[in-house]
Design a binder for this molecule. Structure first.
Ligand code: MD6
Ligand code: FE
Length: 218
């Protein structure tokens, strides 16, 4: 049943789904957190503004990014890595807000990964046309911990494949407040995001998709 705590257009029309062993989408899981997440995100981006990083191949990423937590994910001409320092400010990344961490821990637990304590949150902002090509998340030291990925704002199509780049991919529509979790046997599965389509702005987030990706990087 639709709870009237949430705008009617935020209620997910899709069921929870297992994508592969260890990989799940929890529909609307972030709805009870959305106002806290959005307010806390404003504080994070005030301290560490979104920026377009450069790929190791020399291209500017279409997705704008920033980080919070002990470690931040970085890409530049030398490669991908985690660092405690934001290279744009020379300071530590903003602390991970409690709203972010508790959502990530509870989503992981629901997906079968109890005790997830993320030390890194990568924030991605997609404007229409922005995309993320198929990749593995493998810069994290502790591969026992899952990845928890929270979608906010405009809908997107998530691609989820197998452990080889050439494995078949499935297309998973992700809507506002859906949370994807992948770990265990799916931890190193290839994934990506198709180019974001223009759509009516979301009432809270606006005309963009924001994705929070939680990891245990250290
Ligand atoms: C997403 N993002 O935006 C998924 N992975 O739904 C990612 O998978 C991702 O944005 C590694 C580095 C940056 C990312
Ligand atoms: Fe990724």
């Amino acid at each position: 049943m639709t709870m009237d705590l949430f705008a009617a257009d935020d209620a997910s029309s899709l069921p929870d789904e297992t994508l592969a062993p260890g990989a799940m989408v929890l529909r609307g899981f972030a709805l009870p957190y959305q106002d806290a997440l959005w307010a806390d995100l404003q504080r994070v981006t005030a301290e560490a503004p979104m920026r377009h990083m450069i790929t190791p191949g020399g291209f500017t990423m279409s997705v704008a990014m920033t980080n919070c937590g002990l470690l931040g994910w970085l890409s530049d001409e030398t490669g991908y890595r985690y660092d405690r320092v934001d290279p744009d400010s020379g300071k530590a990344w903003p602390a991970m807000p409690a709203s972010f961490a508790s959502l990530a821990t509870r989503a992981a637990e629901k997906a079968g990964f109890p005790g997830f304590t993320p030390d890194a949150c990568l924030v991605n902002r997609y404007t229409p046309g922005a995309r993320l090509s198929l990749h593995q998340d493998r810069n994290e030291r502790d591969k026992r911990a899952p990845i928890v990925s929270v979608s906010l704002g405009l809908p997107a199509v998530f691609l989820f494949g197998g452990t080889k780049r050439t494995d078949k991919t499935i297309r998973v529509p992700l809507q506002h407040a859906d949370v994807a979790v992948w770990g265990g046997p799916s931890r190193l599965n290839y994934h990506g995001v198709l180019a974001l389509k223009e759509a009516t702005p979301h009432h809270l987030i606006g005309g963009v998709r924001v994705n929070l990706t939680f990891r245990k990087a250290a």
